[in-house]
Design a binder for this molecule. Sequence first.
Ligand code: S3P
Length: 169
Amino acid sequence: MKNVVLIGFMGVGKGTIARALAKESDLYAIDTDDLIESLENRKIREIFETEGEPYFRKLEQKTADWLARSVQNAIISTGGGFYKVKNIKEIGTVLLLHASFEAIYDRILSHPNAKKKLAKRPLFQSPQKAKALYEEREKAYREIADRIIDVEGKSPKKIAKEIKKLLFR
Ligand code: S3P
């Protein structure tokens, strides 16, 4: 089996769904932002602040190269901009998790740690700017995805079962 690569906008639930799917499938879930933080030994926010976005994008490409070369049979959740790496299709089957911007924003705001969830995302500092980015990326996400799943209003467990049915059987 190839890897499953979850893409989609910030806050759509890629990490949560990756872990739910991993549990359903007895596979490991890994996250590209976590890999980058461990490689750099600092937080994404700090990398953005001190090095800037282009440096972070280079780290995403480095991570993509490592994943394509070295990882198999995993569920991989990605940062919202990871879809731009040049070899995403070599890593595995690309699955887009789709929800409306309003649902995503609500999901973040209703989290008990909403402040922290927003603070750790440098590109979600203003809802207006985040919405513009969402609109700019929507089409590109769809173009790169092998499959698309609508996640709005569904529990992670239900989504995980749906993905399993779609990809593993
Ligand atoms: C980004 C999304 C973030 C993180 C970084 C940039 C983006 O990940 O990789 O802040 O460009 O959309 P999440 O999608 O997990 O928030």
